[in-house]
Design a protein around this ligand. Structure first.
Ligand code: GAR
Length: 204
């Protein structure tokens, strides 16, 4: 069975590109990138989607009186594409409970820090300012909290004495581009099982 994927983005879309590349290379099988939705009109991620023949939709948050109205539009759009799995690939809004309930355990986020450390914005900057010696990224299922859902995969990188926010962020980004497709692969192959908040790898 094909898994229809909807991707929510807000920016340049390098994680979206990595998913596209892994579909096109055949690493991700039985997967269709059905729609890319952005809350930012000129997000480069929308261009990337169009360049690969994927429907790209801008939903303007300012066109709705409430967050709920905006999110209902997201849900109806995802439903119209029969989306099974939602990826947050640099989507910079906190998802409301409506979307989370509709797609419970079927929404994954990539975060540029080793959760539960450094939630929210600017993961690499927070890591540098704290002085940790190891940083990294996390793919997790999305729940109602901020960056608090069950952890699927993590990858770590060293923090070097001469790192700037930008050098550390790009070292982490390389790992994001590796573990996000890997998490999608595990999901689409039915290899992820949740036991409370613990994600187990099903061997089949
Ligand atoms: C990525 O580093 C992603 O982990 C981060 O935004 C960047 C988006 O880059 N997401 C968050 O900070 C979410 N809290 P991209 O648009 O090139 O994929």
């Amino acid at each position: 069975m094909t898994t229809n994927i909807g991707v929510l983005v807000s920016g340049r879309g390098s994680n979206l590109q990595s998913i596209i590349d892994h579909v096109e290379s055949g690493y991700l099988k039985k997967v269709k990138l059905s729609v890319v939705i952005s809350d930012v009109k000129d997000a480069f991620a929308l261009e990337r989607a169009k360049m690969h023949g994927i429907d790209a939709v801008f939903i303007d948050p300012r066109a709705y009186a409430s967050k709920m109205g905006f999110e209902e539009k997201i849900i109806t759009t995802l439903k119209s594409y029969n989306v099974d799995l939602v990826l947050l690939a640099g989507y910079m809004r906190i998802l409301g409970s409506e979307v989370i309930q509709t797609y419970r355990e079927r929404i994954m986020n990539i975060h540029p820090a080793l959760l539960p450390s450094f939630k929210g914005l600017h993961g690499p900057r927070q890591a540098l300012e704290y002085g940790v010696k190891v940083a990294g990224c996390t793919v997790h299922f999305v729940d109602e909290g901020m960056d608090s859902g069950p952890i699927i995969l993590q990858s770590c990188v060293p923090v070097k004495d001469n790192d700037t926010e930008s050098t550390l962020a790009s070292r982490i980004l390389e790992q994001e581009h590796r573990i996000f497709p890997e998490a999608v692969k595990l999901f689409t192959e039915g290899k992820l099982k949740l036991d409370g908040r613990i994600v187990l790898r099903r061997e089949n």
